[in-house]
Ligand binder design. Sequence first.
Ligand code: SF4
Length: 339
Amino acid sequence: MISREIKIGNIKVGGDNPVRVQGMLKSAIDDYPALIEEGSRMIEAGAELIRCAVPHEDYAVKLYNHLKTLRVPLIADCHFKGRIAEKSLAAGFDKIRVNPGNIKEDAIIKMAGLAKKSGKALRLGFNTGSCEAGTGLELAQLALKWDKKILHAGFKNYVVSMKSSSVPDTVEANRYFSMHSDTPLHIGVTATGPEEEGIIKSSAGLGALLLDEIGDTLRVSLTGDSVNEIKLGCTLRDISTDTISGPVIISCPTCSRCRTEIKETVKKVQKLIRETDFKKPVKIAIMGCEVNGPGEAKSADIGICGTAKGGLIIKGGDIIGTVTPDNMIEKLMEELKKL
Ligand code: SF4
């Protein structure tokens, strides 16, 4: 079902809008310079919404006043007490995230009323760890019950999330919910474990949902750097819609036919792209031999391909010259800058 459009600060979410990438701050709650520096790096990496834990009502105003300098919609993550959420709304946060598993129902209904009055948004976040739901289906059914309650209370400007550390449960919950409600979904897999495993779990779970066109905002959760969460979130979103928002390298996996050192070439090109601050959305092919190289490079804006004599340089699908192993990267970068 196509989700309805809602508004979080100055950003539209749901409907035909692109999937928005959200990040959550990890710096110490009272280290304001660190929080702002972290938030700035996340925004630079592509975050459009920033969420911050508000552990006590006394933090609400101070946190908001510092974080508003980030100039993106701010989300207060509030648990256990309704008054933390109320103070956060009053302080200026654009959206409040609450978990119906640890906060009283009347407090949430009251919060929906306050959010409606002030033009703010809510997220009802359901996690298998803190709700009476063990499976994806149970999680979705619980979320749908709450969805009805909030709509019945006359409030529409909210999203729902259903997260689990199980990828199949997360996918099942979101698929089921999206078949029964047009409430926008914030998607993510939670408690994903060590970073390498977390990247795979997030890619599998979010990838499955995004390819089904489910999800209006997303957050990648890793036991690791928050900027890496944003980079992975943006990449997943772009891959699922075949969108390029910056330079993308397509390189072959190599095999025994390979005529050139692909792994090192890819690393060097990545480094040069970073160092030269090249940001144009172009596809760069780096291929090992003439078997699949010229064909694969056709779909790229620019590419190099190893041959018995050195290599070919391919632009817009046409072979425009030959290169030697020594000048291959230099020639590629020269042509790249002309694009
Ligand atoms: S492009 Fe050539 S080297 Fe690379 S995987 Fe294909 S056949 Fe192997």
